[in-house]
Design a protein around this ligand. Structure first.
Ligand code: AVI
Length: 313
């Protein structure tokens, strides 16, 4: 039984039911996420892009990199690199000596990024690495080259705080003293801004969430009737946690070949995603007792999003 099948079976047997958002990203899910980033309601990508475009000098200064000393710029989950290109352009133009190492599990995304970079910045040295973040970082660990890690887009927000803390520990373990982490996070803000970002009018986020059920149908030979489920986002300004659910609109049973039948009550929810929003306190909490020290915080003009720069002690 694949890990996907095990996780689906386990998650649907729980009460409340749960499916991990890490399974959103099949080919269709990747395409839908790109569309989400272009939705007027999804402010996160634009806010972080603004920081990269308008505060490039500040970013470079706080990363402490110098034109004459070689470093590796490693990006975890690089995607199409739109934000990073703003930083790369300036580093290349100012003659910095570095390799850009985008890491992604999708070789398709990496190849596309590599060819667009070749066209836009010929002189840039790009070393794509396909795989799981930690497998790749583990393999880079022994180089001793100074490193800057980029982890953008509030991707860390899709983890529970305890998992995020563990992630920071694991990251610290593969870095050397003085290495830097640029961590992009969405900030806690009013419900009126956050909820629409997870419930766009065009229905793309809804399709993104429902696509998980289609993926289960396709890959695990299940019979979810997508029409009988709907998308429901929730957000608490007090905790700063946004959650996405799929809600069964009627009593129904769903069969997954080889894994059994799962009963749904009318109105029963499947929790599919957490999108945590941050404050300084929460950043302090997830980095507490790790080897990371907070150095700088850069924000967009609306104060929606922050790029924190942390140093590995
Ligand atoms: C990838 N991640 C940071 C996105 C988020 O905002 O949590 C995924 C997403 N889910 C719904 N819309 C976007």
């Amino acid at each position: 039984m694949s890990q996907f099948e095990k996780d689906v079976k386990d998650g649907l047997s729980r009460s409340p039911k749960y499916l991990s958002s890490k399974y959103f990203y099949d080919k269709k899910g990747d395409e839908l996420f790109v569309q989400i980033m272009n939705m007027p309601e999804y402010y996160l990508t634009r806010a972080e892009f603004e920081i990269f475009k308008e505060q490039t000098t500040e970013i470079i200064e706080s990363l402490g990199v110098r034109p004459d000393s070689y470093f590796e710029l490693v990006e975890l989950g690089a995607g199409d690199g739109t934000k990073t290109k703003e930083l790369l352009k300036v580093l290349v133009n100012q003659g910095f000596k570095f390799d850009y190492v985008p890491v992604d599990i999708s070789s398709n995304a990496l190849n596309q990024l590599q060819s667009s970079l070749k066209e836009e910045m010929e002189e840039l040295s790009v070393k794509i690495r396909k795989g799981d973040y930690f497998e790749v970082l583990e393999s880079l660990k022994f180089t001793n080259t100074p490193k800057v890690i980029l982890f953008l887009g509030s991707n860390i927000g899709n983890l529970e705080d305890e998992q995020a803390h563990q992630f920071m520990n694991e990251l610290a373990a593969v870095l050397n003293s003085g290495d830097k982490l640029l961590l992009g996070v969405d900030l806690i803000k009013a419900e009126e801004v956050v909820l629409p970002a997870y419930n766009d009018k065009a229905g793309i986020t809804k399709a993104f969430n429902l696509n998980l059920l289609s993926r289960i149908n396709n890959e695990l030979d299940a019979n979810f009737d997508i029409e009988n489920f709907t998308h429901q986002p929730e957000y608490s300004e007090t905790t700063g946690i946004a959650k996405s659910f799929l809600v069964s609109t009627k009593a129904q049973s769903v069969k997954i070949n080889g894994s059994g039948t799962f009963e749904f009550k009318a109105g029963e929810k499947i929790h599919t995603e957490i999108s945590r929003k941050y404050s300084d306190e929460i950043i302090v909490k997830i980095t507490k007792n790790t080897k990371f020290r907070l150095q700088e915080k850069l924000q967009d003009s609306k104060g929606y999003f922050a790029d924190y720069i942390l140093v590995r002690d």
